[in-house]
Ligand binder design. Structure first.
Ligand SMILES: [Zn+2]
Length: 214
């Protein structure tokens, strides 16, 4: 059976394999989506081992989460993904995952400041922790987009991370950068008192981030 959007489906399946291999996500957790047209999205189904997903198992939904194509139940975090697309016209890919070090910060409710320059460049500033709300709720979606604002990543309290981008490659790169920086930051705080990147350098990187999104 032929399915629509084969290339984007392949990209989502590949993203899960990369995330599993790099320890950015595991098992049944995490969900990924892509905007494929006006009010049309591809999302991961719930209740599946994500690294074993096949392209044809992905679902096509509309703004209300109604199934347009596919067989199964869309991810419980679909409201979170749709809220990002609603608020960010520049975003066409959203990844939600549970990487360890960013989740450590989510449990401690510690914002990840741009302690390395690339975080400011890829995320557009710091990665803030959104107020807690239970998984799969509209409240979680609301808290996340409010805290995300015009940046590319947000930490979800006691939960994980949401990363986004203009395409799947950018969203995946953002997630990798956030987790790598969180890992470095956690280790740095164990060894001593972290030093911040100078403010004017962060401002310059954020300026480049914004220019690249015009
Ligand atoms: Zn989750």
């Amino acid at each position: 059976m032929s399915v629509k959007y084969p290339e984007l489906r392949r990209q989502i399946v590949r993203a899960f394999k990369i995330m599993e291999r790099k320890g950015l996500n595991y098992g049944y957790s995490g969900n990924v989506s892509a905007r494929v047209g006006e009010g049309v999205f591809i999302v991961t189904p719930s209740g599946k081992r994500k690294a074993a997903l096949r392209p044809e198992e992905l679902l096509v939904v509309d703004w209300e989460g109604n199934l347009i194509e596919g067989d199964g139940k869309p991810s419980v975090e679909l409201p979170l993904h749709l809220a990002v697309y609603r608020n960010r016209k520049d975003v066409s890919a959203v990844i939600h995952a549970h990487p360890i070090y960013a989740t450590v910060l989510s449990i401690l409710r510690i914002d990840l400041e741009p302690v390395v320059e690339e975080l400011a460049l890829y995320v557009g500033g710091e990665v803030k922790v959104a107020d807690y709300a239970p998984s799969g709720t509209e409240q979680l979606a609301e808290n996340a987009v409010k805290t995300l604002a015009d940046r590319n990543a947000v930490i979800l309290a006691n939960h994980g991370v949401l990363a986004c981008g203009k395409n799947m490659d950018e969203a995946l790169n953002v997630l990798e950068c956030v987790e790598r920086t969180a890992h470095s930051y956690v280790l740095a705080r164990i060894l001593g008192e972290p030093t911040k990147v100078p403010r004017e350098v962060v401002e310059w990187e954020v300026k480049i981030y914004k220019m690249m999104r015009l």
